[in-house]
Write a protein that binds this ligand. Structure first.
Ligand SMILES: Cc1cc2nc3c(=O)[nH]c(=O)nc-3n(C[C@H](O)[C@H](O)[C@H](O)COP(=O)(O)O)c2cc1C
Length: 199
């Protein structure tokens, strides 16, 4: 049986997107079937236009299908990514999570394998607090949170057992090789744990 993995992310200026692509690669390396989905943008056009990088990234990724509740129903495992906003997930991903009420009510998210990743501008700008805040939702869903922990050597290099994160220096730095290797590991681990659970 092929394991189904959804990688669902929001990214304004591309950093979290780069991590999501590496996570997708890691999940695919296990033979899992992967859906790569972006969270719908809901910011006012004026705000997007005011930031060249944001505008460009939105245009460059416009053909990636938007995440829907169907993707959650379909997947055995789901990895969620969001940049930090004041140490919290973005409003965009929150709006998506808030749309899952009917699935939650019907118990359709019970036993989904879930995991999270993020990026922030600064080293202490809220990496863990964003991941933990995102994970709060998953307790309510009765989903099973799979963290990368220290289950691979790469985790001792990057040092974030909660989930991949990267300090982008306000978008001036692209995720480095270490971060991308950790992201591949997280995608692979989540798909493998989902396979064990399904088995
Ligand atoms: C409104 C707003 C709030 C932010 N809050 C934080 C923050 O609390 N800590 C931090 O380190 N970076 C913060 N950032 C920066 C972004 O999280 C960071 O640049 C991130 O890497 C962007 O990811 P993206 O390129 O995927 O959009 C904030 C950015 C915005 C626009």
């Amino acid at each position: 049986m092929s394991i189904k993995v959804a990688v669902i992310y929001y990214s304004a200026t591309g950093t979290t997107y780069d991590i999501a692509r590496a996570i997708e690669e890691g999940a695919k390396s296990t033979g899992a079937e992967v859906r790569f989905r972006r969270i719908a943008e809901n910011a006012p056009q004026q705000a997007i236009e005011s930031n060249e990088k944001w505008k460009e990234h939105l245009e460059a990724t416009k053909d990636i299908p938007e995440a829907s509740n169907d993707d959650l129903l379909w997947a055995d495992a789901i990895l969620f990514g969001t940049p930090t906003r004041y140490g919290l997930p973005t409003a965009q991903i929150k709006a998506f999570l808030d749309s899952t009420g009917p699935l939650w009510f019907e118990g359709k998210l019970v036993d989904k394998i879930v995991s999270s990743f993020t990026s922030a501008s600064t080293a202490h700008g809220g990496h863990e607090s964003t991941l933990l805040a995102l994970n709060n939702t998953f307790y309510h869903w009765s989903s099973i949170i799979v963290s990368p922990g220290y289950a691979d050597e790469i985790q001792f290099e990057t040092g974030n057992p909660y989930g991949v994160s990267f300090r982008s220096n306000n978008g001036q730095l692209d995720p480095d090789d270490k971060t991308l290797r950790a992201a591949k590991f997280q995608g692979k681990r989540v798909a493998e744990v989902a396979a064990k659970f399904a088995g």
